[in-house]
Design a binder for this molecule. Structure first.
Ligand SMILES: [Ca+2]
Ligand SMILES: [Ca+2]
Ligand SMILES: [Ca+2]
Ligand SMILES: [Ca+2]
Length: 238
């Protein structure tokens, strides 16, 4: 009996892993930090609840969730972040951007996995409170990635982010004219989303992501694309 339960759990786990899908963005869309499009209401929220750095935050300190949709021209992300204090201590968007409050979205357009620290095999886009987007480039230096567009609205302690993300492959060259990858139904991509929460410290206090990371060091998604969740892009009939 115990063996049967164990096998069932393993099968369920595999099925759940395989069931990760991204639905298409259909209808009108306006990048304005307001998630009132019909397309958003057609999919469920997914939690950001895995602690990668710091202690488990209280619900007053941080709560986060997200939705993601796709079109041929890229991914569309909606995220709701409850954060008690918004902090932007480094005005320079390329200086210690991970120690300011920021939304971090990880993408691997061909789901290849592997190291992406100082190459473009995958990206870890850090989106600041003022909608500037930074990541490490091939030269091991931080750069702005202006092709990622973001809008945030905040009311009291609740911020809503909408992000439009054209997707690029590992041949992306910074500062050059690059062609975005056209997304197609059935394609598999790697995706993850996290929030760096700092309220009053020199360094970020918490880092909370969308998937569990095994092992002691959980701050590895910015280096290792194997950790990203694999999603299939599906049509609305799936
Ligand atoms: Ca909108
Ligand atoms: Ca907080
Ligand atoms: Ca890749
Ligand atoms: Ca904060």
């Amino acid at each position: 009996m115990r063996k049967f339960i164990l096998i069932s759990i393993v099968f369920c786990f595999m099925a759940c892993k395989q069931d990760q899908v991204i639905q298409p963005m259909e209808g009108n869309f306006k990048l304005d930090g307001i998630g009132n499009e019909e397309a958003w209401s057609s999919v469920d929220w997914q939690p950001m609840n895995h602690v990668w750095l710091g202690d488990q935050p209280t619900s007053d300190d941080f709560e986060g969730r997200y939705k993601v949709l796709w079109k041929n021209d890229g991914l569309y992300v909606l995220s709701e972040i409850k954060d008690d204090i918004l902090m932007d201590q480094y005005i320079d968007p390329l200086e210690k951007y991970w120690d300011d409050d920021c939304l971090e979205i990880f993408v691997d357009v061909d789901a290849s996995g592997g190291n992406h620290q100082f190459n473009n095999n995958a990206f870890a886009y850090h989106i600041s409170l003022d909608n500037r987007v930074a990541d490490m480039g091939k030269d091991s230096l931080p750069h702005l990635y202006n092709h990622i567009r973001s809008r945030r609205t905040t009311s009291n302690n609740l911020s809503v982010w909408e992000v439009y993300m054209p997707m690029y492959g590992e041949d992306f060259l910074h500062g050059q004219s690059n062609r975005a990858v056209e997304l197609k139904e059935g394609q598999q991509i790697g995706f993850a989303i996290a929030y760096c929460d700092n309220d009053e410290s020199k360094e970020r206090e918490n880092f909370i992501g969308s998937m569990p990371i095994p092992g002691e060091d959980k701050n590895r998604a910015w280096i290792d694309a194997n950790l990203f969740t694999k999603y299939h892009l599906v049509s609305s009939s799936n």
